[in-house]
Design a protein around this ligand. Structure first.
Ligand code: ZN
Ligand code: FE
Length: 514
């Protein structure tokens, strides 16, 4: 089959499936057809659209590009085969591109200085009200939610009338074939029946609802006070074209160093430093190092003390101050022209409840003495050459993995997608993730980010969702006994590097000598 015929086949298939390609998408498909099967891409695209709650009329280029990049990993191979090249290459002089580029870093959101709760019951009421109002506002921007009414109004509506209500999920009750979802707004509450006659897709959506999440429900008013669900609408992130840097500048993403642990991978981390300084790797790898201007560390810099039972036996350094001093010795070696941003994780010496303020100066002092760092809270948002990056350690990923269907500890990219869809970084209250009752809910995702970077689960995974690049950046700690007991297999020592101009990722593996 010729290129033209293949293209024709792909276009016919799209039309027969009930969708149309816009001009740019067609051009993109045309370029794909030169090297790949365009039909296969369109089959995947149509399959993906069928899973969407809001189906687009036209398929656009960004959607197809995202499809192609869904796996988004360009190179996850170890570089053992290039070790002989390494020595030759490293003798060449290294003139880093990023050294001649001025940093363009803006801190857009950092909760550190705005934290002020005392933790009283009254503050919790205020906190949940703020959460509800913020997410309601996001929901109301959607066309299909605009006419939502308070629960009390829906309850008074005539039987069989259509109602749209916004509420916080307070309970899910599953009995035999029936699923009930209890919701409440600021005045009243209601029980919503999820009928088994609904489509599989909608029942799945209901099952995936997280407690304390804010959602809109399309429903029919039943008899008495029962409300019968027809569909569930999450706040969602709109499909967007991500911001891109005007120049080829890269950010290396990492998390969970756990310095101080016996399992901290010092040898591998030193290899990373060597690469970053342009002293190892083939031409391609040195080129990536050369363009790397930012290093983003999403928490768990050190292993901490007393984080879980029996941790002490796994520690090399049992003093938290010394752990930070040791971490400083590594950060010190990062070339000066690279900007380093750190946020705390649950192992760091910051308060554990979310949002976490920046690691207190008392502990982080050696880091600040070692080099210039941006020490921010978790979650924080920064702009790097216009690319908005949300950094969050990811404590709540534990809770999501425990309750949401079809996700687990080794699929953090799926859990992170659920967080984006619900526009909240820590929806579930009262489980493993402590949440502080701040007046403003910093955990609401107000601005859909271009990059969503988290860690915590020690498994490197990436994904693209509606224009947002999702990255869970792995770790620098080998499997601990605790993780082994929990059945968690980490993927440490591999670093994802994002090209901020093209929003593509290269992963670099430091677990084997090059
Ligand atoms: Zn960790
Ligand atoms: Fe962690």
């Amino acid at each position: 089959m010729s290129e033209g015929e293949r293209l024709q086949k792909a276009v016919s298939f799209t039309l027969e499936s009930g969708y149309q390609l816009d001009k740019e998408a067609f051009e993109f498909l045309h370029s794909v057809a030169k090297t790949e099967d365009p039909l296969q891409l369109m089959e995947e695209a149509v399959k993906k659209i069928r899973d969407l709650s809001q189906k687009p009329l036209f398929i656009d280029r960004v959607f197809l590009e995202d499809m192609k990049k869904a796996s988004c990993v360009e190179e996850a191979k170890p570089f053992s085969s290039v070790s002989s090249v390494t020595n030759v290459e490293s003798k060449k002089s290294f003139r880093p591109y990023a050294k001649d580029v001025d940093s363009e870093l803006k801190v857009l959101v950092d909760p550190t200085k705005k934290i002020c709760t005392t933790g009283s019951i009254n503050e919790y009421l205020q906190y949940f009200q703020d959460r509800f109002e913020r997410l309601k506002k996001i929901l109301r921007k959607r066309m299909d939610v605009k006419n939502a009414v308070p629960i009390s109004v829906a309850l008074k509506s005539p039987t069989k009338s259509k109602v749209n209500i916004i509420g916080m999920v307070t309970e899910k009750i599953e009995s035999k074939e029936r699923l009930f979802v209890k919701i409440e707004d600021l005045e009243s509450s209601a029980t919503v029946l999820v009928s088994p006659n609904l489509s599989k897709e909608i029942i799945e959506k209901a099952r995936s609802l997280l407690l304390d999440q804010v959602v809109c429900i399309n429903a029919i008013k039943g008899s008495n006070d029962l409300i019968i669900a027809k569909d569930f609408i999450l706040p969602e992130v709109p499909q967007k074209t991500p911001h891109r840097a005007p120049i080829p500048i890269y950010a290396a993403l990492m998390s969970d160093l756990h310095v101080g642990s016996k399992k901290f991978m010092e040898k591998e981390f030193n290899r990373f430093l060597l690469w970053l300084k342009g002293k190892s790797g083939n031409e391609k790898l040195r080129n990536i190092a050369s363009h790397t201007k930012y290093l983003l560390i999403a928490g768990d810099i050190v292993d901490g003390i007393g984080i879980y039972p029996g941790q002490l036996e796994g520690l090399d350094i049992t003093d938290i101050y010394e752990q930070y001093e040791q971490a400083a010795k590594f950060l010190e070696q990062i070339p000066e022209y690279i900007e380093v941003i750190i946020i705390p994780g649950n192992h760091d010496a910051s308060r554990k409840a979310l949002p976490q303020p920046a690691i207190p100066k008392e502990y982080a002092e050696p880091l600040h003495e070692a080099r210039k760092i941006y020490s921010l809270g978790s979650p924080s948002t920064v702009s790097l050459h216009g690319v908005e990056t949300l950094l969050f350690h990811g404590r709540s990923l534990d809770d999501i993995a425990a309750v949401a269907p079809n996700v687990s500890f080794d699929t953090p990219e799926k859990s992170m997608k659920l967080l984006l869809q619900g526009r909240h970084l820590a929806p579930i209250y009262g489980e493993r993730t402590p949440i502080a009752p701040e007046k403003r809910d910093f955990m609401v995702i107000e601005r859909p980010p271009d990059i969503f970077h988290a860690g915590h689960v020690h498994v490197l995974k990436c994904n693209k969702y509606r224009g947002t690049l999702i990255v869970n950046s792995g770790a620098w700690q080998e499997q601990t006994d605790f993780q082994q007991k929990m059945g968690l297999v980490p993927t440490p020592g591999i670093v994802p590097v994002v090209n901020l101009q093209s929003s593509t990722i290269s992963t670099i593996n430091f677990t084997e000598p090059w």
